[in-house]
Design a protein around this ligand. Sequence first.
Ligand SMILES: Cc1cc2nc3c(=O)[nH]c(=O)nc-3n(C[C@H](O)[C@H](O)[C@H](O)COP(=O)(O)OP(=O)(O)OC[C@H]3O[C@@H](n4cnc5c(N)ncnc54)[C@H](O)[C@@H]3O)c2cc1C
Length: 531
Amino acid sequence: MPERYDAIIVGGGHNGLVTAAYLARAGRKVLVCERRELVGGCAVTEEVWPGFRVSTAAYLVSLLQPRIVAELELERHGYHVDAKDPAFFSAFPDGRHFFMWQDRRKTLEEMARFSARDARVYAEYEEQLERISRVIEWLLLTTPPQFPPAGVGDFLEYLKLAARLRGLGSKDLVALVKIFTQSAADLLDEWFESPEVKVTLATDGVIGANGGPRSPGTAYILLHHCMGGVGGHRGLWGFARGGMGAVSEAIASAARSRGVVIRTGAAVESILVRDGAATGVVLAGGEEIQARIVASNLDPKVTFLRLLDERELPAEFLAAVRRFRIEGTSCKINLALDGLPDFRALPGAPGPQHRATMHICPSIDYVEQAWDDAKYGRPSERPLLELTIPTMYDPSLAPAGKHIMGIFLQYAPYTLREGTWDDLREGFTQRVLDLIEEYAPNLRAILLERQVLTPLDLERQFGITGGNIFHGEMSLDQMFVMRPVAGWARYRTPIRGLYLCGSGAHPGGGVMGAPGYNAAREILKDGRRPG
Ligand SMILES: Cc1cc2nc3c(=O)[nH]c(=O)nc-3n(C[C@H](O)[C@H](O)[C@H](O)COP(=O)(O)OP(=O)(O)OC[C@H]3O[C@@H](n4cnc5c(N)ncnc54)[C@H](O)[C@@H]3O)c2cc1C
């Protein structure tokens, strides 16, 4: 008799692992099937070169929900984050630089070198963002109400949502509406005057976005990046000890300790459906495994268009899934270094700049122009670069004296007007290295190895359609009650017993665990027990 599970999780990304752990915690017998030889999806540590353990995709933690960390006792399973300090270092072509620190007083001193007025209003800006984040962050672990609302119960849910907003004064409510609709540049223009301060703050608004700092909707992405924290300190981001894979491994270990079986090298080829209900999965190679619950950690396009027979799905739903926008514009380049970059704007090494996220993007116009290229299908001539050196916090990630540098880059459009990424990859990489050398001329001299992950490579390696780092654009029409498609934002799907538990569901991407947590809650609510 083949083994039978209560639930099969398709994909062992961090969200799938969270769903598995919570289902097992509630007594369900759970199997996770992961295509790769390691779990974690986009949150992994891989030994790319001997002795170099690289966070190949995601590289910083902030959004992982504290409730999940506490309830799954992740610290006991090896989860540890070192908060980044300084948070940001921006180098400018005129030789100036700007730091943002954990200590607000030090940040204000820095800011005052660029604008005394900005330093005066910064505390107020941060406090407003914090008040707004506090009121809306509970949405992250909330299942969106039914949309469009059908019955009285649905309307009541909307009323409950509206009641939550009463906590905000009228000024904050106006700010909230603006944040949901404005561009990051418009938001920052209302507060600040210094171009250097503005661009440093604006980067969070465009990371992972299909848009420039002047595109409406990017103010929300900025807020999304402020929603988390490290060690209870809101807005901080940090490096996971052991790389991002240690986060996923901690969740996997918590899941295993509750009896979850995790199979790696187990690609799911299709989801089995009988009479409109999920009954299990078929692995590559033909093995069939039965379960009455299947939860997919894969993005909505792969789940519905590749793993299911389209005839099982309503035509309208299928059309909406086909329209779901999921093209990425990000590229990740990982370097092995024999030293540290020496910045013209702050010579010497090691220094605090190497512990920060180092920005190469001197102005909002620069970032907007980088987006202009991508809008028309060209990799940015001069992209926005975010550099991080995790070995400054965890030297065990590389051989003694060596370093790892992660370059997160915007914009590299998945769909190119001319050529393919396989043709353009090398030329683009050289351009990125040239650009960094304008600011840190010793880069090539210390360069040992490089790994370049264009959106095409991200799709190939991590199985994320279009290389979109969030499993689908995080624009207003694809958020909350509309994620992934209107009418299906409550983790259920048109197939009974089939759920979505990855970033393509509310509240979207990032190493947050929230979609996985919410999906588990809804699965348990439906109470589908083994037959
Ligand atoms: C380059 C990059 C940088 C990023 N940086 C950050 C960052 O610094 N901080 C942050 O918070 N977020 C970051 N993100 C976003 C974040 O990593 C993702 O949104 C998040 O990790 C997605 O998690 P998930 O569990 O929903 O899906 P995934 O991590 O995509 O997991 C899906 C899993 O399913 C597996 N799979 C695919 N197909 C099959 C199949 N047929 N059968 C079985 N298994 C399958 C995959 O191998 C994968 O393990 C980044 C993402 C990328 C790509």
